[in-house]
Write a protein that binds this ligand. Structure first.
Ligand SMILES: [Zn+2]
Length: 251
């Protein structure tokens, strides 16, 4: 009986160890060849390992700034804002691509109407509290209301709108931020063409588990044309793409 338990324990440890990258300070790297050292007669000279030198820290592209509950807006974050002709502020660097996208949509007979841009922590706090109150009024407990509100409004410090790179865009015939917006020509146009101007749907329908935010066909996020293209081709949300580029070593 004891032996069986022990065997199971050892087996369990082996299985757990398989996926680990490091076995601790005493562990030596696995031999490159599967043959035992005694069998190989010739000493094998291995090419210098690339991983032996520390990796250069990768500088983050400003366009890919990730803000979410796991990546809070840095306290010292600043952004140069510009007022759009729609009365909403965004990072001054994205006004050009934004206007280009809106003009291209107009040429296709589709009116895009920005209705939110940059948002401060204070504005996020107000919006969040409003959403919590709405859930409380619907009969939820405070705790449940906060949890539910998080699905709809990012708590202060965690909103993509803090970056100045995000916009909510509707259309004159449908100005409500709800899932029915996805069926409008404006939403279809943005889903099909926004990447050509460097914008992605920040919270896609099939990535809700990863973003933690409900599907938002109206919330566009500037990431730049080349990044938008890759994200589209590989079907990656910003969390996934960011992790691919910068995530190594992240807790
Ligand atoms: Zn939004």
């Amino acid at each position: 009986m004891k032996r069986i338990v022990l065997t199971g324990l050892v087996l369990g440890l082996i299985l757990c160890g398989c996926g680990e990258r490091s076995l601790g300070p005493s562990a030596s790297p696995e031999p490159a060849s599967e043959a035992s050292p005694a069998v190989s007669a010739q000493p094998v000279s291995l090419p210098p390992e690339e991983s032996s030198s520390p990796r250069e820290p990768v500088e983050e592209d400003w366009r890919l700034m990730l803000v979410n509950p796991d990546h809070l807006l840095p306290d010292d974050f600043t952004v140069e804002l510009a007022m759009t002709s729609y009365g909403y502020e965004v990072d001054a660097r994205i006004v050009g691509p934004l206007n280009a996208m809106i003009e291209a949509a107009a040429a296709d007979g589709v009116t895009l109407l920005p209705c939110y841009g940059y948002r401060t922590r204070e504005q996020s706090a107000q919006l969040f509290e409003k959403q919590v109150s709405r859930q409380l009024a619907a009969g939820l407990s405070r705790e449940a209301a906060v949890e539910e509100a998080r699905k709809w409004v990012a708590p202060p410090g965690t909103s993509d709108h803090h970056t100045g790179l995000a916009l909510d865009i509707v259309t004159p015939e449908h100005q409500v931020l709800n899932h029915a917006f996805a069926e409008t020509p404006a939403a279809r146009w943005m889903a099909g063409h926004s990447t050509e101007y460097g914008f992605v749907i920040r919270f896609p329908e099939d990535k809700q588990e990863i973003t933690g935010i409900t599907y938002e066909p109206w919330h566009l996020r500037y990431v730049g044309e080349e990044h938008a293209r890759v994200m589209r081709e590989q079907n990656l949300c910003l969390e996934e793409y960011w992790e691919q580029l910068y995530g190594e070593g992240e807790a």
